[in-house]
Design a protein around this ligand. Structure first.
Ligand code: SF4
Length: 367
């Protein structure tokens, strides 16, 4: 059974009706449970649960400290290229947007790696736009080989690959992958992805399964919040993560809950996801999947990231630059989106220590 089959089980689910039936007593009962069902998780995402955030936060904090301690893994993204063949209406790299398209040579990748390595980081996430011809898997393999000299954990956020291609990258040294489904609701997905290979909903949806089957050990999924009803999208992201964990018990799973940020092209979010909504999502997810990671990126501002720390976050980006080759060249093109927290790795580490948390630079070594 694939995740798509699992998703079909929820086809007839009337979310509004379900939410209208959630009572205060249900929330209290769910908080006290040791193991939540998907419907318990959905109840925690309900508008009714929004008035119980304090009690849910206490439980989420307990679970996070029990499973992760007071530690946050730091990593940074490295944009290898911004060529893209898609027309996602909400993205600055959309093929129709006019911007200087760049692709780093392997030497330039190494120069960026040297800059990043000075900060002490050992975990890196490499990104490309989605253009198979300009950034084929063979190019990614070469980049990974250069990066391995500096980093102990290399993750990818690239277009959906075949199982064999994920295997090739795992062999080269990639140990993590992030695949944002962007929108789990299929009709909404098709509307937001009018042209290009990304329009293939199923191919994207099943990419994490192919990666896990090919031996990539750490899988992060997520929806881009603001594109569709956040409660449903948070629910399906959680159900997806749970499916991956059950189907591939030897992998580490995580979610990332990015909210839409301004970008070149200026597509307005369909709905505004407030800070309180984001908090509710992270708390509900922590109770549903106590051992799963939660990554919060620099799309969120410094103050909010600090407030989210004790609620379930396990991984944060730092020293971020969304321009291709922006660190070594100092080039200042428009990036994929605007960042809100521009703190360096050292500043992030200092903040974590001041809050009683330990910044973790390395928790994995590829042998
Ligand atoms: S979201 Fe990704 S695939 Fe879509 S336009 Fe941006 S870079 Fe391309």
């Amino acid at each position: 059974m694939t995740f798509h089959d699992e998703l079909r089980r929820y086809d007839g689910l009337d979310f509004d009706r379900f939410f209208s039936q959630v009572a205060d007593a249900d929330i209290a009962r769910i908080i006290a449970k040791n193991r939540l069902s998907p419907m318990d998780y959905l109840a925690l995402l309900s508008p009714r649960a929004a008035s119980h955030l304090e009690a849910i936060a206490t439980r989420a904090h307990e679970l996070t400290v029990r499973h992760f301690g007071r530690a946050v893994v730091l990593f940074t993204p490295l944009y290898l290229a911004n060529f893209c063949t898609n027309q996602c209406v909400y993205c600055g790299f959309n093929t129709k947007n006019e911007l200087e398209r760049r692709k780093l040579t392997v030497e330039e990748v190494e120069a960026e790696a040297q800059e990043i390595a000075k900060s002490g980081l050992k975990h890196i996430l490499i990104l490309t736009g989605e253009d198979r011809k300009v950034t084929p898997v063979s190019y990614m393999v070469e980049c990974v080989q250069a990066l391995k000299k500096y980093f102990t954990s290399i993750s990818i956020e690239v277009y959906p690959l075949t199982r064999e291609e994920y295997g090739e990258l795992a062999e080269a040294g990639v140990d993590g992958m992030t695949m944002f489904q962007e929108v789990y609701d299929e009709p909404a997905y098709l509307e937001l992805h009018p042209k290009g290979p990304k329009r293939n909903y199923l191919r994207r949806l099943e990419a994490p399964e192919r990666a896990a089957a090919a031996g990539i050990r750490q899988i992060t999924t997520g929806a881009l919040l603001g594109l569709h009803d956040w409660r449903r999208e948070a629910f399906f992201t959680g159900v997806h993560t749970d499916f991956l964990q059950r189907t591939y018990p030897d992998i580490e799973v995580a979610i990332s809950p990015p909210r839409m940020r301004p970008h070149l092209g200026g597509f307005p979010p369909k709905e505004i996801v407030s800070d309180a909504d984001l908090v509710q999502y992270i708390l509900a997810f922590r109770l549903f999947m106590p051992r799963a990671g939660v990554t919060v990126s620099t799309r969120e501002n410094a103050k909010l990231r600090e407030n989210l720390l004790s609620l379930g976050v396990t991984k944060m980006s730092a020293g971020v630059c969304t321009q291709v080759g922006g660190r070594a060249s100092g080039q200042d093109d428009p990036g994929q989106f605007e960042i809100s927290d521009g703190r360096s790795v050292a500043e992030m580490a200092e903040m974590l220590y001041s809050k009683g948390y330990q910044p973790v630079y390395k928790d994995w070594q590829y042998l």
